[in-house]
Ligand binder design. Structure first.
Ligand code: ZN
Length: 218
């Protein structure tokens, strides 16, 4: 192991943050590695999130208002970012020129939609993934009194007619609007980028599969 000035600076930084990397000797030993890992866990809230983090994603909040506000700021006034959707989308018939969401999730959301775009227009239309139904909306959740993820602009809705909140998700089923319900391939893509799709019910079924949220929930 030889001296690295980057490691030396990291050790000084870790000490400043209150973690103990051992002596600042510029050597990437066990104590330095452990201190770096502890600082990641402290920043990202859990070991899972720390392992997953590449620095481009914010930590995922638990489903509580307190945790969402801890990471994303107060509900109702999120710091927004805009990006051009990577494939053609409509919002209740009108073409979507920009998607607006919380600035911290813009990158992972855009990355997920780019992967959806790679599946091709035919597949996207078949599943109604071009039917955008909004992101920021300061309101209570449809299922209860708590504020919705939309109040922090950390969720989008896609194809709401086929994936409603009172509707039990049936993978592969065709909905009344002629599209198919949320496909497992799309769910997998969103998940990979930190998003969870729909809500798990106590009987093991899922609902509200239009709802794609940057929240750590089952
Ligand atoms: Zn929603």
């Amino acid at each position: 192991m030889s001296y690295s000035h980057a490691i030396y600076c990291q050790q000084i930084g870790l000490k400043t943050l209150g973690f103990d990397p051992g002596p600042a000797d510029g050597l990437d030993g066990q104590k330095t590695k452990a201190a770096l890992y502890d600082s990641l866990v402290s920043r990202f809230g859990s070991k899972t999130e720390a392992r997953r983090s590449d620095g481009s994603r914010p930590p995922r909040p638990k489903g509580t208002a307190a945790d969402k506000s801890r990471i994303f700021g107060a509900a109702g006034s999120p710091s927004m970012a805009l990006f051009v959707p990577p494939y053609e989308m409509t919002y209740f018939g009108a073409k979507v020129s920009k998607i607006g969401c919380h600035a911290l999730i813009a990158k992972p959301l855009e990355d997920a939609l780019k992967e959806i775009a790679d599946k091709g227009e035919e597949w996207i239309k078949k599943h109604g993934l071009d039917l955008y139904a909004g992101c920021f909306n300061h309101r209570k959740s449809r299922s209860g009194n708590a504020l919705s993820d939309h109040s922090w602009a950390i969720a989008i809705d896609l194809n709401q007619d086929a994936n409603g909140n009172k509707h039990t998700w049936r993978s592969g089923a065709k909905a009344d609007n002629g599209t198919y319900e949320m496909p497992p391939v799309a769910i997998k893509i969103f998940k990979k980028h930190g998003f969870q799709v729909g809500f798990l019910q106590s009987d093991g079924t899922r609902r509200d599969m239009m709802h794609i949220a940057y929240v750590d929930r089952p």
